[in-house]
Design a protein around this ligand. Structure first.
Ligand code: 2HA
Ligand code: ZN
Length: 275
C-alpha cells in the first residue's frame, strides 16, 4: 500500500479539489485540517519521518498533545493539491506540551503547515472536547457571498443566523446551532484563533468579516456540506437583496419552529426574535 492509497488522504485531497472547483480558494486562499485516528496513524506509520525540527505553533493546545494532523501547506494552492499532494499537504504531530509541531510527511519541496495553524488547532482542541472526540475536520475557505454579507449586516450572531435560516428550508436543519460572526481581525495569529475558538464552543460555523468562514465537521462530507449550505444561503441572500431592498415574504419564526418540530432539531429562541 502506498500512502496515497490511505482513505483519509484520498478524502482530504478530494475535498480540497471540491473547494477549488467551487471557487472558494483563489491563489493560496483557505486551508484544511484533519485530526487523524489511531488507525490512520498505524496505517501510514512507515512513511513518517521524526527527525525534523520541532517548531512553535504560536499558541498552546495541551489537549492535542501527541496527536497527528493532515493539513494543507502555507502558501500552497488548493488548485494543486490533487495533482501534487506531497508538495502541498503534510502530516504534523503536536508535541507532548502542546506548544510545538513537527512535519513528518509531505511538503517535499519545503514549506510549513497553513498560516492559520493556530486557529485550526485551537478549533480542533475545543471541538474535540465539546463533541467527545467526534469532530475531526476543520475547514477554512473564502466563499464570496458570505464575505459580501459581512459588508451589509451588523456583525452579530443572531442577525446572520436568522438571515441565513430564512434563505432556504434546509438551513435551520443543517446548522440548528446557528453561526458565529467575528469582526475583522488580522489573519494568521493567536488573537483571531482565540476569537474563533470561543465561537466554536457553541457553533460549527464561524464567519470572519471581510475574509471568509471556518466550518467544523465529524468528517469531510459534514464540513464541506456545511460550508456549501451556508454559502448557498448567502448566495440567495445576495440575489434577493440585489432584486429588492426588503423581502416581500419569508420563512417566519413560526415556520422555523414548525421545522424544528418536524425534524427534531432545537432552534434557540434567541434567533427567533420578531423583527
Ligand atoms: O492564505 O486563507 O487566512 C490562507 C488563508 C489565510
Ligand atoms: Zn483565509
Amino acid at each position: 500500500m502506498g500512502i496515497m492509497d490511505a482513505n483519509f488522504i484520498q478524502r482530504f485531497v478530494r475535498m480540497a479539489h471540491d473547494g477549488w472547483v467551487q471557487g472558494w480558494h483563489e491563489k493560496n486562499g483557505g486551508n484544511l485540517s484533519y485530526r487523524m485516528t489511531d488507525e490512520d496513524v498505524a496505517l501510514i506509520h512507515n512513511y513518517l519521518h521524526t527527525d525534523g525540527a520541532w517548531i512553535e505553533i504560536g499558541t498552546t493546545v495541551p489537549d492535542l498533545a501527541g496527536e497527528f494532523f493532515l493539513v494543507t501547506g502555507s502558501g500552497k494552492f488548493f488548485r494543486n493539491v490533487m495533482a501534487e499532494p506531497d508538495d502541498n499537504i503534510c502530516i504534523i504531530q503536536v508535541d507532548d506540551s502542546g506548544s510545538k509541531y513537527q512535519v513528518q510527511w509531505g511538503l517535499v519541496n519545503g514549506g510549513r503547515p497553513t498560516s492559520e495553524l493556530p486557529s485550526h488547532l485551537m478549533n480542533h482542541e475545543v471541538k474535540k472536547k465539546v463533541s467527545d472526540g467526534r469532530v475531526r475536520v476543520i475547514y477554512h475557505a473564502h466563499p464570496a457571498n458570505v464575505i459580501a454579507m459581512t459588508f451589509v449586516l451588523p456583525l452579530e450572531d443572531e442577525v446572520f443566523t436568522r438571515e441565513l435560516w430564512e434563505m432556504a428550508s434546509e438551513c435551520s436543519v443543517v446548522f440548528p446551532g446557528g453561526v458565529g460572526v467575528i469582526p475583522w481581525m488580522v489573519p494568521g495569529g493567536r488573537d483571531i484563533a482565540v476569537a474563533t475558538m470561543e465561537r466554536m464552543k457553541r457553533y460549527d460555523v464561524a464567519i470572519w468579516a471581510h475574509h471568509g468562514m471556518f466550518c467544523a465537521g465529524e468528517n469531510f462530507d459534514a464540513a464541506f456540506g456545511l460550508m456549501h449550505t451556508v454559502e448557498k444561503a448567502a448566495e440567495i441572500y445576495v440575489k434577493v437583496r440585489s432584486m429588492v431592498p426588503e423581502k416581500r415574504q419569508t420563512i417566519t419564526p413560526d415556520n422555523l419552529r414548525a421545522i424544528s418540530d418536524q425534524f427534531n432539531v432545537t432552534l434557540p429562541e434567541r434567533f427567533l426574535y420578531e423583527k
